[in-house]
Design a protein around this ligand. Structure first.
Ligand code: UTP
Length: 230
């Protein structure tokens, strides 16, 4: 008997809400995800992207507490989850789970589970790592707006080089000390990196805008990105 791979995808909000109309991208993505799910149980955690940042910026300017900003962020991640569920056309669980227990239960009934954030104080990368631990994932894929981890920020430094592979310990070191508080973080959330290192769950960081490459990563095949393992 062969056991099915269990794959968790952290789908960055920056990838999901990149254009005015993301429907063409979402249709292509949904098709690829459905194909992947014929050979693997798939859990997707959607980020908030610029929709989250819009609310967090406005709320912060109005003097909201960090916890309230996080709750606005969580709502936007769940809204994005609903968009992906819509694109999956009945292939995914119809309602985004609110916590890990619900996600595990949904995974027993549906081939694809799509959810957003769960509680204040973390990002959806950390949620995806904790979910990966919870469901005993074979691998986690982080689909973001850069094609891997770089020696420095490629958006600011033209000399930055992509790191094709690294250890969990190296990832933890690379992302440690980055952003705290509601709002954008780094190539992978430091809390999530620690969780993956502890559980030794392999992570691949890819540019989510290339659906073909993202699909290769989800299938555990060679792809352009950064492969993180112990
Ligand atoms: P994201 O996971 O999208 O954070 O959640 P991000 O760092 O902005 O990631 P990218 O840029 O989309 O890749 C948006 C915000 O929602 C809150 C946090 O404030 C986070 O910054 N959030 C999210 C939580 O408080 N808890 C969660 O479980 C998830």
């Amino acid at each position: 008997m062969t056991t099915m791979d269990v794959v968790v995808l952290s789908l960055g909000g920056s990838v999901l809400v990149k254009d005015e109309d993301p429907s063409a991208y979402l249709s292509e993505l949904a098709q690829a995800l459905a194909e992947v799910s014929s050979n693997a149980k798939l859990y997707i955690v959607t980020g908030g992207g610029r929709i989250a940042r819009f609310y967090i910026r406005a709320g912060r300017a109005l003097g909201a507490a960090e916890q309230s900003l996080d709750l606005m962020g969580i709502d936007t991640t769940r809204l994005n989850a609903r968009l992906v569920i819509t694109a999956m056309k009945g292939h995914a669980c119809p309602e985004p789970p609110r916590d890990y227990e619900e996600a595990v239960r949904a995974g027993m009934s549906y081939p694809v589970v799509v959810m957003g954030g769960v509680a204040p104080g973390v990002t959806t990368d950390a949620v995806s790592a904790r979910l990966a631990e919870r469901v005993g994932a074979t691998r986690l894929v982080n689909a973001t707006s850069v094609d891997g981890a770089y020696t420095s920020d490629p958006k600011k430094d033209v000399c930055a080089k992509r790191i094709p592979r690294m250890s969990h310990a190296e990832l933890v070191k690379l992302v440690s000390g980055t952003a705290k508080g509601a709002g954008p973080t780094t190539v992978f959330d430091p809390v999530g990196a620690e969780v993956l290192a502890r559980c030794r769950i392999p992570l691949t960081i890819v540019d989510g805008r290339s659906v073909k490459n993202l699909k290769l990563a989800l299938e555990g095949k060679d792809c352009v990105g950064t492969a993180v393992s112990s």
